[in-house]
Ligand binder design. Structure first.
Ligand SMILES: Cc1ncc(COP(=O)(O)O)c(C=O)c1O
Length: 300
């Protein structure tokens, strides 16, 4: 809703990271096709994360938006969002941060992140019901953005046939909404805050590092995570085995992992020559024994 609220013109530049997620890319492409805006990819640095200096060099008066995936679906990378935010803020260019994979995994502070828009889902590390999520828009930007859909919740029908949009972020909401899901989202957020998001980050990071360390020692296993700072998503491939076959073999032992294919992140995975990878997302409730059992099962 926030992205579709921008009014792009032919030649406007939209800068994105290589980790961009399929759904975001499709929306970006659709809007660029309609408006004549141009999408440009900021290269990665030597760690495989967005190169902040390259971004800085690309910024000029025609850049209307920077879109960054904080933590991608396809790996342990944690993009340097704060450094990106410092650069975009200095240039006065809005930063749209996709925090779907980082919310519930990492502490998020929109002020220190320097983002103008943050979108998050409930269903991942926050452990909220599916079909929930939330949006943050910096107050000063709200009034510049007219959402593509308006109704009597986001706007008001005033005398004379006109309408007036709400001045707050509820202008991006609809009248009708998934109330039970929202209550679940609130409970999940309270639950994460009670545990402590910094504690969750530390615990997740320790589990993920242990998993990477053990997997790295298994012959035939290649770790695929990138970034100077890594999070809770551990990705790998096994020589001579299809990722889905490894997933099925693990599922038979009641170990849940998933797979990610190029279709979710073409810019990144095609560049790295990866068709599909195995994705083990650890979280605070996992135990060392579970990590060891996963690795033993992969080795077997
Ligand atoms: C980086 C990223 N953004 C957005 C989403 C979409 O989340 P949802 O489908 O819950 O809106 C995903 C889902 O995998 C994701 O990995």
């Amino acid at each position: 809703m926030a992205f579709y609220s921008f009014r792009f013109e032919p030649g406007d530049r939209i800068l994105i990271g290589r980790a961009e997620y399929a759904s975001n890319w499709i929306a970006l492409r659709q809007v660029a096709n309609r408006t004549g805006a141009v999408i440009e990819i900021v290269p990665d640095d030597e760690h495989g994360q967005l190169d902040v200096h390259a971004l800085e060099a690309m910024l000029d008066g025609r850049v209307k938006l920077v879109s960054l995936v904080h933590v991608p679906t396809q790996g342990g990378l944690v993009n340097p969002a704060e450094a990106v935010g410092r650069v975009t803020r200095a240039a006065g260019v809005p930063l749209l941060l996709d925090a779907c994979q980082s919310v519930g995994q990492l502490p998020l502070d929109v002020t220190s992140l320097g983002c103008d828009i943050l979108s998050a889902t409930g269903r991942k590390f926050l452990r909220a019901p599916r079909g929930t999520g939330f949006l943050y828009v910096r107050r000063e930007l709200i009034e510049e953005l007219e959402p593509p859909f308006l109704d009597m919740h986001s706007a008001e029908w005033v005398a004379g046939g006109a309408y007036r949009m709400r001045a707050d972020a509820r202008r991006f909401e609809n009248w009708e909404t998934y109330v039970a899901g929202k209550i679940g989202l609130g409970v999940a957020a309270d639950y994460a805050l009670e545990l402590g998001v910094a504690e969750i980050r530390d615990r997740d990071r320790a589990l993920a590092e242990r998993l990477r360390e053990l997997l790295a020692a298994v012959p035939g296993v290649t770790l695929r995570d990138q970034g100077a700072t890594k999070g809770a998503i551990v990705t790998f491939t096994v020589d001579g085995r299809e990722p889905r076959a490894v997933q099925a073999a693990l599922a038979a032992e009641r170990i849940n992992v998933s797979t990610t294919s190029t279709q979710s992140a073409r810019l990144d995975l095609e560049e790295r020559g990866i068709d599909e990878l195995i994705r083990a997302s650890v979280h605070y409730f996992n135990t060392d024994e579970e990590i060891e059992r996963l690795v033993e099962t992969v080795a077997a």
